[in-house]
Design a binder for this molecule. Structure first.
Ligand SMILES: *[C@@H]1O[C@H](CO)[C@@H](O)[C@H](O)[C@H]1NC(C)=O
Ligand SMILES: *[C@@H]1O[C@H](CO)[C@@H](O)[C@H](O)[C@H]1NC(C)=O
Ligand SMILES: *[C@@H]1O[C@H](CO)[C@@H](O)[C@H](O)[C@H]1NC(C)=O
Ligand SMILES: *[C@@H]1O[C@H](CO)[C@@H](O)[C@H](O)[C@H]1NC(C)=O
Length: 588
């Protein structure tokens, strides 16, 4: 959609837009000031007097479902009972159980997102667990997090021997191990670099800047790739390995809940130089290799698929036959096995058109109909075919980071974003982020996990690149796909539809940035994304005393300002200039 209307705010009408800076202050000041949280005292008696030094609030504790239209009590949004402190609406085991008969469990469909219908969604604030503490700051958090924040022992019990995570006093300690790197991720990363470069370099010199880690565990792989300035999108399902993603995010490592099963991943095509699976519990050889074809979609050309799992090295059980299937499938896709050593096999995805055409004639592989793979991959069924990227080859050789951050993708020009608009946007956010730091008035180390809920070209994330943060860039699926361009800048992110909750644990972000998000959803006419729904989801994702920045049209920010106290948020309103240099209210 050339110059689509969603960018109209960029192109300058006369709206006055505002910014709210808010502190998602769930019981601010009380949680840490005294050990007995106000929450606990509320539980025992909802009329107990507030403890000294706490702000009073009148919200009731009650399991409350979403009404249509949403009902906001005079006393504020109700608070969910304590046992719901890990509530993830679209990954709710009890709800998925009710769907099981209609799910394709052979393909693990049950691990994917399943959002309950609107009337089955909770409409209450998700409380923190007992003894919740403000997360330990990066980089210490890479190795230690508070036990009370992720109070699950299961992972340590089953994975302790593989050195994933150990209890240590009131902390969880992450020695940096993983199923295939008991001796630590750095050594493993070095080995992969040796394998790819034949001992002449490391992953970075092999051109790897962006990695997708499938079934990432506690994301130690990603944590240690950072030393090479390699950015990783890590994901894992919410399954028997309890709370892997919660651990990862608590550590300050970019990750989300997801599963590769029946639908395309919410990441754009040609976005990664490496897809990594270390005992990731995915049956790549099944269903005609349909999941490998999804990997093929996600890899940039000459990208690597790294596979560390028993079929790559064991000769017992059915491993040899699985290996043979993998070899057949990968050669049909014209991937080339470039190394197989210790416990790891590595393929390279060659964009070899004549090989693909040959294999297609031999009926070894199907090529997709010349379709458009630049659309947002959101709620899209997997396709059992290979997309051939023809002349439109949007894959010029990208520089490594940090140069990659300023790459302008040609694909943007078809979406009404000229090079000029892009540069303006980049400069604008550099400037705004300076203002944000001034207004937030916190030590930069206080903010690690950041989400830009409407990321456009990623300018906000680029401007944060020098601070100790990582940014999850979200491009709403109902907007044009600018996420490919964000990936081409060496950043990570995902498509999402804010009419549904996001696939993350509660309290996992320190800062949420919502730039003209509410105005986009204002007239969607769809259930589940009126202002109160989106605010509620933001409240779920933000950690206590985290920050929320909202910029939008005056009418919208004014309403949010009215609603915020019902969510127990403290609001400050500021005015900054928008890209047209018009004043814009900023809520913090
Ligand atoms: C962790 O959970 C256990 C029960 O599963 C509970 O007994 C314990 O008090 C909890 N610890 C913290 C610090 O919340
Ligand atoms: C690595 O070196 C060996 C022997 O020198 C050679 O046979 C092999 O093709 C090389 N592999 C790569 C990936 O360059
Ligand atoms: C792999 O391909 C070969 C040649 O087409 C075929 O004979 C063999 O049965 C295939 N192996 C498996 C496990 O499918
Ligand atoms: C920010 O916090 C870090 C770590 O706690 C500390 O070393 C540093 O001095 C602080 N910086 C400022 C400006 O307060």
């Amino acid at each position: 959609m050339g110059g689509g209307q969603e960018f109209e705010w960029k192109l300058g009408q006369m709206i006055m837009v505002g910014m709210l800076l808010m502190v998602g202050c769930f019981y601010a000041g009380t949680l840490y000031a005294n050990n007995a949280t106000i929450y606990a005292s509320q539980l025992s008696s909802s009329s107990s007097p507030p403890s000294p030094g706490t702000s009073t609030f009148t919200n009731k504790i009650a399991l409350t479902y979403r009404k249509t239209p949403p009902l906001i009590p005079e006393t504020g949004i109700n608070v969910c009972p304590l046992n719901l402190n890990e509530y993830i609406p679209c990954h709710d085991v009890a709800y998925v159980k009710t769907l099981l008969p209609s799910l394709d469990t052979n393909r693990r469909e049950e691990l994917e997102r399943h959002c309950p219908p609107i009337e089955k969604r909770l409409f209450c604030l998700v409380p923190p667990p007992k003894d919740y503490k403000k997360p330990i700051r990066w980089p210490t958090s890479r190795d230690y997090v508070w036990r009370s924040n992720v109070n699950h022992t299961h992972l340590a019990e089953v994975k302790g021997g593989q050195n994933w995570v150990h209890p240590k006093d009131q902390f969880w300690w992450f020695p940096g191990g993983g199923t295939h790197f008991k001796h630590g991720a750095p050594e493993y990363i070095q080995r992969l670099g040796d394998m790819i470069t034949n001992g002449t370099g490391d992953l970075r010199s092999a051109g790897v800047s962006q990695v997708l880690d499938v079934g990432c565990g506690v994301a130690s792989f990603s944590a240690f790739l950072l030393a090479l300035d390699i950015q990783t999108m890590s994901f894992a399902p919410k399954d028997g390995h309890e709370n892997q993603i919660q651990f990862a995010l608590e550590r300050g490592i970019g990750a989300m809940i997801s599963a590769i099963a029946t639908k395309q991943m919410p990441y754009p095509s040609s976005s990664f130089e490496m897809v990594h699976c270390s005992r990731c519990r995915v049956d790549w050889h099944e269903n005609d290799g349909i999941l490998l074809k999804e990997v093929n979609r996600l890899l940039r050309s000459n990208g690597y698929f790294v596979y560390s799992a028993p079929p790559a090295y064991r000769k017992d059980k059915d491993y040899p036959i699985i290996w043979e299937k993998l070899m057949n499938l990968t050669s049909a896709m014209c991937w080339k096995l470039i190394a197989r050593k210790v416990q790891t096999a590595i393929w390279i995805k060659q964009d070899d058109l004549s090989c693909l055409q040959h294999n297609s004639e031999q009926k070894l592989v199907d090529l997709c109909d010349a379709g458009d793979d630049s659309k947002s991959s959101w709620n899209t069924q997997l396709r059992n075919c290979i997309q051939v990227r023809g002349a439109q080859s949007d894959s010029p050789k990208l520089p490594s980071r940090p140069e990659r951050l300023s790459v302008y993708s040609e694909s943007l020009s078809g979406k009404g974003v000229t090079q000029e608009v892009f540069s303006l946007d980049t400069a604008f956010w550099q400037d705004q982020v300076q203002h944000y730091w001034r207004l937030l008035n916190v030590n930069k180390t206080e903010i690690r996990n950041v989400m830009d809920m409407n990321a456009f070209c990623g300018g906000f994330a680029v401007a944060l690149n020098d601070s100790p943060t990582w940014v999850m860039n979200i491009v709403p699926a109902s907007m044009s796909n600018t996420l490919s361009a964000i990936y081409n800048r060496g950043l990570i992110g995902a498509f999402h539809d804010w009419c549904e909750p996001f696939s993350t644990y509660p309290r996992t972000y320190d800062l949420l940035h919502a730039n003209h998000l509410f105005s986009h959803y204002k007239n969607r006419g769809r259930q589940g994304c009126v202002m109160a729904d989106i605010l509620l989801e933001m409240d779920r994702m933000i950690r206590p005393q985290g920050f929320i920045i909202i910029r939008d049209a005056e009418t919208i920010t004014a309403r949010i300002q009215d609603l915020a106290p019902k969510f127990l948020w403290e609001v400050e309103s500021h005015t900054l200039e928008n890209i047209e240099k018009k004043p814009e209210t900023v809520l913090i």
